[in-house]
Design a protein. Structure first.
Length: 345
């Protein structure tokens, strides 16, 4: 880049969120409006995260985007939705201030994850949350922005906030009441821990977007789930407020199992869990049986990797057991992160 090129740049990071009440199904594909509310825990900034830099310059000839070092098409409808909405709000804000020249300049976006993309580790959630947050900073867009992140990838709206976050399903057809709210900050329950067990870092066979479309179209169980999930959402929010880990754990595991039952009830069936995932489920139930109460909970997204929720005091013994039953990865090039327990197939 020449010395005369002037540009303005903002860099932000956004962590992954792991849902305990999962989003699975849309009632509006283009606005990304869900068929049920969902609730997640946002992980710490130093763990699984996306990092995004956005720049504007009068020397840029077009909008461009690079993801994990590779240039991708900026024409993706979801990226376009986000860019248009940010520019629309920025224009509205600056309408009275003669307009800022940067609103008419092109953007360059560079984003990277520090974990495998599309392996069911909520990469799109962190990625779009980070993109929207960075663009909002660059263009001084204020107010609620989780609804813009939602239009990039549904679960991304929850990564805008830390701690325990609910994505309100909303009632309105225009989606203006479908956004994320913080139920409790991280500091409310500082003993809460998440262990990510990386069973596979391969790209999943059926993407979430396609998977949930097929479930909506074919699964009978899905209709039952849509009615049940709002009740579980209210109950788990109460458990979080009361710091009632047993109830939190039971709902988390039952909800995850139900999601994967819906996936199996989808036609053709979707199987995200593999044999290692199922062994992890068995191990967690064994641990809880031995301890006489739910001390650890598993949850699985659209992939075989497990997220275990537990309290800090139980991390050493659970880690010991996980390491005992699942050998630590050999030097096979797999990334080792969070508490670093890659579980080989
Ligand atoms: C969740 N998942 O609540 C659930 C659990 C996957 C299983 O949100 O189509 O990538 O981009 O809105 O956000 C994955 O869905 O789907 C997801 P789109 P997204 O975390």
């Amino acid at each position: 880049m020449s010395g005369s090129c002037k540009f303005e740049c903002v860099t932000c990071t956004a962590p992954v969120n792991i849902a305990v009440i999962k989003y699975w199904g849309k009632k509006d594909e283009s606005l990304i409006l869900p068929t049920n509310p969902s609730l997640s825990v946002t992980l710490g900034q130093d763990e699984l995260r996306a990092k995004t830099s956005v720049a504007v310059s009068e020397s840029f000839k077009e909008d461009r985007i690079w993801l994990n070092g590779r240039e991708e098409s900026i024409e993706s409808p979801r990226i376009q939705n986000v860019l248009k909405e940010i520019r629309r709000r920025a224009h509205k804000r600056s309408a009275d201030s003669k307009g800022e020249s940067k609103l008419f300049q092109h953007v360059h976006i560079v984003s990277e994850n520090n974990f495998p993309t599309a392996a069911g580790l909520a990469s799109s959630a962190a990625g779009y949350a980070c993109l929207v947050y960075s663009l909002a900073k660059l263009f001084a867009v204020q107010g609620e922005i989780s609804d813009i992140a939602r239009q990039g990838s549904g679960s991304a709206c929850r990564s805008i906030y830390g701690g325990f976050v609910k994505w309100k399903m909303g009632e309105r057809e225009d989606g203006t009441d479908s956004y994320a709210v913080q139920v409790a900050p991280e500091s409310h329950w500082p003993e809460m821990r998440a262990l990510i067990l990386v069973v596979s870092d391969q790209k999943k066979l059926v993407g979430s977007t396609e998977g949930m479309q097929t479930s909506i179209a074919t699964s009978e169980l899905m209709k039952h789930r849509i009615n049940l999930v709002p009740k579980w959402t209210d109950e788990i929010i109460e458990a979080i407020k009361q710091k009632d880990f047993t109830t939190f754990a039971k709902i988390t595991m039952r909800e995850s199992n139900q999601l994967h039952a819906v996936c199996l009830d989808t036609y053709p069936p979707i199987m995200y869990l593999n044999d290692t995932s199922k062994l992890i489920i068995r191990l967690v139930h064994c641990i809880n049986d031995i301890l006489g109460v739910e001390k650890v909970a598993y949850t699985f997204d659209a992939g075989p990797n497990a997220c275990l929720y537990l309290l800090e005091e139980d991390v050493p013994r659970v880690l010991h057991l996980v390491k005992h039953f699942f050998l630590p990865a050999q030097s096979n090039g797999q990334p080792s992160f969070v508490t670093g327990i890659p579980v080989p197939e």
